[in-house]
Write a protein that binds this ligand. Structure first.
Ligand SMILES: Nc1ncnc2c1ncn2[C@@H]1O[C@H](COP(=O)(O)OP(=O)(O)OP(=O)(O)O)[C@@H](O)[C@H]1O
Ligand SMILES: O=P(O)(O)OC[C@H]1O[C@H](OP(=O)(O)OP(=O)(O)O)[C@H](O)[C@@H]1O
Ligand SMILES: O=C(O)c1cccnc1
Length: 490
């Protein structure tokens, strides 16, 4: 038997424990206490020097439509058995809080807040899972795409991943993440329609197999399509594929636009060099050579080192699945909660690993841009009430190895967060995908090349202000004192 409940909302796209914790808050009547949570990841993916944030557009849709449907409530009543009054609270739940977030396409680094939720505790708890689900995947793919595009340079990058993506949503939003981070097109037509991304494509081996001989297949394709890229590796790239492509191009002449050929197996460096010679000699110096087959940034660097003559890169599996690192590891941590008298109290999560200790309190993230060379000196996390721009001399010091420090004098402190929701209302205008793509491209230019390189990049500084660091130490002290006190009185 199929599903007996309708799939008509995203509110249940959460972990059961969120609804269970919220039940406790509700029964204890603390569900409406204001709570502040921050999203951040602890380590950059792919040993990259930077990441590209993506996911805000989907988060906005999720929050705007956040409500438990009748069938959600019915399911929770019948299958989990929550009490009626708690179910009534869930049914009426809408997001009424604040969200501040980085813009999509922003450069983001480890341990800095990407997004901040300030909302009644129950709401803030339930939305955690979906927010992390969205950011973790989209940011990962945007970062992978940016890394691949960095090594490709000016040549075109086509995203081919849909068939290998972890299900349909991943293909769709992965195509969008790739495009905003610098790819030039997607093969996913639905992504093209929904997001306004350019679509492009060639043809597959099946078409050659359908006609049995390569020449007929190319010829038939050319009579039904003006723009032609022929896939030349079905039988024998150099002896059959390329000669057949040239033959059809010669025969149809101006009736088609012979864009070029695609190589999808074998030694792509050798074959592309040979193909270039053959196409040039045949009078097609402008014909492009497209390459695909399990490509990623490392293979592309290597192919370029070998002098491969590849003009267009088709990249699927290793991009859309974030093959070498399948999870970003972004977390959602509480940094503050309303106390008995309505004041906000900082909260901390201690760990024996100093890098895993959370940073308490309401904070802002600034990018410190050197006004002389227009490059970034690092990111600076300050308390909400601080304004680094008013400082004449800003001290940047490593948050764990504090002796590593520098002073910056001539700088512009750029607040990296935007208000997205205020009192549950959307106050942010979602930019067009082309604007996001331009923004993302421009951001890369504030980084020195040392942070951008694919292999062993330098570590970009993400520092805490003195006040933020002092506050963290105070909270660590208080938390450890509490444990000591508890042990003493046991
Ligand atoms: N000159 C080259 N230098 C480094 N890597 C290459 C070079 N040419 C191809 N590659 C990469 O090597 C891998 C070859 O994989 P594989 O052996 O599965 O391909 P293949 O046998 O040529 O083709 P098929 O897809 O038909 O199996 C791919 O990831 C491809 O991108
Ligand atoms: O290699 P990717 O980066 O994932 O790029 C997408 C791949 O999808 C197609 O292959 P297909 O599904 O026909 O499989 P195959 O080429 O691996 O046999 C295409 O020919 C590419 O090789
Ligand atoms: O258009 C192509 O060549 C294409 C599309 C998806 C996957 N592989 C290749």
């Amino acid at each position: 038997m199929g599903n007996t409940y309708m799939d008509d909302s995203y509110a249940l796209h959460t972990d059961l424990y969120q609804i269970n914790m919220t039940q406790t808050y509700w029964e204890d009547n603390i569900h409406n206490k204001m709570a502040v949570f921050e999203v951040y990841f602890r380590k950059l993916p792919f040993n990259s020097g930077y990441a590209i944030f993506a996911g805000l557009e989907k988060i906005v849709h999720y929050i705007e439509n956040f409500r438990f449907s009748h069938s959600d409530i019915e399911y929770l009543r019948e299958q989990i058995g929550y009490a009626e009054d708690y179910l009534a609270y869930l049914e009426n739940m809408r997001f009424t809080g604040q969200i501040r977030c980085m813009k999509e396409g922003e450069l983001v680094f480890a341990n800095e807040p990407i997004l901040r939720v300030e909302a009644p505790l129950g709401q803030a708890q339930i939305i955690e899972t979906a927010i992390l689900n969205i950011i973790n995947y989209q940011t990962l793919v945007a970062t992978k795409a940016s890394r691949i595009k960095q090594v490709i340079g000016e040549e075109a990058a086509m995203e081919f991943g849909t068939r290998r993506a972890q299900e349909m949503d991943a293909a769709l939003w992965g195509a969008r993440a790739s495009y905003l981070a610098g790819f030039d097109s997607t093969s996913n037509v639905r992504a093209g329609k929904i997001f306004g991304i350019p679509v492009s494509g060639t043809h597959a081996h099946s078409m050659i197999q359908a006609y049995k001989d390569e020449y007929t297949a190319f010829y038939k394709y050319a009579t039904s399509h003006k723009d032609c890229v022929f896939l030349v590796d079905t039988y024998d790239t150099l002896r059959s594929g390329i000669p057949n492509a040239i033959k059809v191009a010669n025969e149809l002449g101006k009736r088609i636009n012979f864009i070029g050929i695609r190589l999808d197996s074998g030694d792509l460096a050798y074959l592309s060099k040979e193909a270039r010679k053959m196409l040039d000699e045949a009078g097609y110096p402008n014909a492009k050579i497209v390459a695909s087959n399990d490509l990623d940034e490392y293979t592309i660097i290597n192919l370029k080192q070998q002098g491969a003559k590849i003009d267009v890169w088709g990249i699927g599996t290793k991009l859309i699945t974030a093959f070498d690192q399948p999870a970003l590891g972004a977390v959602y941590k509480m940094v503050s909660i309303e106390g008995e008298s309505g004041n906000m109290i900082d909260t901390i999560k201690i760990s024996s690993n100093p890098e895993k200790v959370s940073t308490p309190g309401l904070k802002r993230v600034y990018r410190i841009i050197n006004s002389v060379n227009l490059h970034s000196e690092g990111d600076y996390i300050a308390m909400e009430n601080e304004n680094p721009q008013t400082e004449e001399k800003l001290k940047l010091f490593h948050p764990v190895h504090t002796f590593l420090s520098k002073f910056v004098t001539d700088f512009n402190a750029v607040d990296l967060h935007e208000d997205i929701f205020i009192s549950g209302q959307l106050v942010y205008e979602l930019p067009h995908i082309e604007q996001i793509r331009e923004f993302s491209k421009g951001n890369l230019s504030v980084l020195w090349p040392e942070y951008l390189r694919a292999l062993n990049p330098e570590e970009y500084p993400v520092d805490l202000s003195q006040a933020c660091w002092d506050n963290k130490m105070k909270n660590i002290q208080e938390a450890t004192n509490k444990v000591k006190e508890m042990l003493r009185t046991r």
